[in-house]
Design a binder for this molecule. Sequence first.
Ligand code: G1P
Length: 298
Amino acid sequence: MPATTPITKAVIPAAGLGTRFLPATKAMPKEMLPVVDRPAIQYVVAEAARAGLDNVLVITGRSKRALEDHFDRVPTLEAALEEKGDEKKLSAVREASCLGDIHYVRQRDPKGLGHAVLCAERHVGDEPFAVLLGDDLIDERDELLGEMIRVQQATGGSVVALMEVPAEAISAYGCADVTPVEGESYVQVHGLVEKPAPEDAPSNLAIIGRYVLHPAVFEVLKETGPGRGGEIQLTDALQTLAKREGEGGGVYGVVFRGRRYDTGDKLSYLKAVVTLASERDDLGPELRSWLGEFVAEF
Ligand code: G1P
């Protein structure tokens, strides 16, 4: 496979049980939780589309129906809105079904992120591909995925998105040991460790949920045993690739300094919703002034 095989495919793992949001996620995937007025996963699929990845594979679990329905057309609703001449709502409804080709595959056993990515092997084949985790939303005004794709094409290896976090927060993330690459904006990753204790962390650089991977990761994942939490960890497979030389080896990092919204737990989710809503033209002015009053009363 030449290093410059163009990248067109994005994989979005969405099989998690969403236990942090119970009971809201009892019968609905957590990826469908609304962030202002769109389900979280729509932001992620839209981000992939903006980076030119219009072939999306969603790795789902048991409660997949709502996801599939969301990205499908709804002819009756569209016809009703068309009849009313409600262009605004019509385009909001159509937005999600125009984001590219969306495919679904089920992860039958919840064996971890690495196992979820392995479920994409047949769909992806022998091409580099992106993985986007739905808990992390990247502000559309800030570039990340496009830069990661450029680094993958330039290096022929795999690329992770990194972000500096406070030392005590690193145990919630994969952590990277890196050195700068002369004359380049990206870094070389020498080692990765999944959710280390702060005293064992090689740096304060956390993996945030964006990856552009060489397909060699599939063979490595098949040989990767259970890691942290008894799960097959993508971080562990990338650690193997970081140490490998030659075809498919090498891991690089793009350090993101833009705006990222975490929707993975209740408090972060609430902050993400308020931040995004307060920046919107239609809701922001009123929300911001109400927030000011609300805080003043506290
Ligand atoms: C996963 C990865 C972890 C990464 C994180 C980013 O963990 O395993 O390396 O830092 O996503 O959000 P999770 O948050 O799914 O436990």
